[in-house]
Design a protein around this ligand. Structure first.
Ligand code: GLU
Length: 487
């Protein structure tokens, strides 16, 4: 029984991401791409993008561009690919039909491929018969004695050599199968295009791919692939099968309704690539420690296929949001400034650059997504609309009477008015003194002052916010809120 001795440790690591342009780039696809990218980058090898567009019926216009744009948006740069070429191109399968033809010819010449002579009805009859006999349908049980010469108008089938296999999967471990799963599958369809089953093996060999990293949907066909590798005299690459990604509940495979959007939508909604990468890397992988926030460089250094778990990974969007906030805090201010260019509220666009940058410095700690910027900063650039609901729906503040609200706001304005210096430290001291003076808890006084000066659901640290707003605006807002609280 052939076993994993046929798999040798590769020296120049070459991995590939081989999507079919049949739709948008979802989390599962990104994860496959990311893991293949990490393996290549860690080994200082190459990461290749190959478009598997041989199923013309399923192809979606614009999908190939979308896939490439998504990889670029995530900084998963590839060394060879359809738009940049490379030494083993073309990298779009529909441009490689001659190559598949010549490999098919090799199999025909060695007696390992034959023309499928049956009509669709005849095949269906075989299937029905197998069902009636309670047998699994195997095409090879009907292998024609004298197949016609293949002229390209009928499918070309692989003449399999069924036997048991044992092989190693870098994630799933030792796997094995019996001969009954091996059949004469189609190599080239009657439309002239190769099947995935054939094309990917030819391409992986031609492109010198050392690691085949892909989703679980292909694992059942693995014995058939091994049989074809053998027939072609090819060495097996390293196989690594990814676990499924499960929805929030952890019990069902992640579906379209689970909130998992297409990658470019996340970027558009203010998620940064570092967070998406960190989050997606953690879908099925950890480094064995409690560490949750990883930079790209740390991932490149620490990632290992051996630590990818076998069971499904849970997609938790709250975790992604949390990681996004963490990753935003890791950015230096120049970098953050560039990234938020399209997220500023309209009112901020005409503001002084230096002032805007100081607002951003303050907001950085509170941003969960870049799209939070308007809610978190508009009041630095224009007068906020008084929204008393923020007080009445606030658990702590709802208990205060209008008079109490008014007294607290009045006392705060008086105190701040007397400050000789207007800076975060002096403001903090004044606020602390007010706590004693009024006998109020920070949760009440600070929340009230925060709301009365920003009218926003959340804002940066209070003393910093007031310092940047300036004395004049702070006092006028406190006074305005005071008047309104008595109405
Ligand atoms: N074209 C296949 C897909 O999109 C790729 C599988 C593989 O990576 O070999 O699912």
């Amino acid at each position: 029984m052939p076993d994993s001795t046929n798999q040798i440790a590769p020296t120049n690591v070459r991995t590939r991401f081989a999507p079919s342009p049949t739709g948008l780039m979802h989390v599962g696809g990104v994860r496959t791409a990311l893991f293949a990218w990490l393996v290549a980058r860690q080994a200082k090898g190459q990461f290749i993008l190959r478009l598997e567009d041989t199923d013309k019926k399923r192809e979606v216009a614009g999908s190939a561009e979308h896939l490439m744009n998504s990889l670029k948006a995530l900084n998963l740069n590839y060394d060879e690919g359809p738009d940049i070429g490379g030494p083993f191109g073309p990298y779009r399968q529909s441009d490689r039909l001659d190559i598949y033809r010549s490999w098919a010819q090799r199999l025909i010449d060695s007696g390992r491929a034959y023309a499928d002579p049956y009509t669709a009805d005849e095949l269906q009859d075989f299937r029905n018969q197998a069902k009636a006999d309670k047998q699994a349908f195997l095409y090879r049980n009907h292998r024609p004695q004298n197949p016609p010469v293949w002229d390209g108008t009928t499918p070309l089938r692989f003449k399999s050599d069924p036997h048991a296999y044992a092989w190693h999967d870098a994630v799933m471990g030792s796997l094995s199968s019996g001969p009954e799963v091996i059949d004469d599958f189609i190599l080239i369809k009657s439309d002239g295009y190769p099947t995935y089953n054939f094309a990917h093996i030819v391409d992986d060999a031609e492109m010198k791919i050392t690691h085949v990293i892909r989703g679980q949907e292909f694992i059942a066909s693995q014995p058939n692939y091994l049989n074809l590798y053998d027939a072609l005299g090819l060495t097996y690459p390293v196989f690594a099968t990814m676990p499924h990604i499960m929805g929030e509940s952890g019990t069902k495979k992640l579906g379209k309704r689970d909130g998992a959007k297409d990658v470019l939508d996340y970027i558009h909604d203010g998620y940064i690539p570092e967070a998406l990468i960190n989050f997606i890397a953690s879908l099925g992988w950890n480094d064995g420690t409690e560490q949750e926030v990883f930079t790209i460089n740390e991932l490149v250094e620490k990632f290992s296929l051996a630590r990818v778990q076998r069971s499904g990974a849970r997609f938790d969007e709250q975790r992604l949001l949390w990681l996004n906030g963490q990753q935003i805090r890791l950015l230096n201010i120049d970098d953050l400034e560039k990234r938020v260019a399209n997220f500023w509220p309209e009112v901020a666009k005409s503001a002084d650059n230096a002032y805007r940058r100081r607002v951003l410095e303050l907001a950085q700690d509170r941003l969960k997504t870049l799209a939070d910027l308007p809610a978190l900063t508009s009041y630095f650039f224009s007068e906020p609309t008084v929204n008393r609901e923020l007080i009445t729906t606030n658990k702590q503040l709802a208990k205060l009477s209008s008079e109490e609200v008014s007294q607290l706001l009045g006392a705060t304005a008086d105190k701040l008015n007397t400050l000789a210096d207007w800076n975060p430290e002096s403001i903090q001291q004044a606020l602390n003194a007010l706590l004693d003076q009024t006998g109020t808890k920070p949760g009440i006084l600070f929340s009230l002052v925060r709301i009365a000066t920003t009218w926003a659901p959340f804002s940066p640290q209070l003393n910093d916010t007031l310092a940047l707003l300036g004395r004049e605006l702070t006092l006028s807002r406190l006074n305005l809120a005071n008047q309104q609280s008595l109405q």
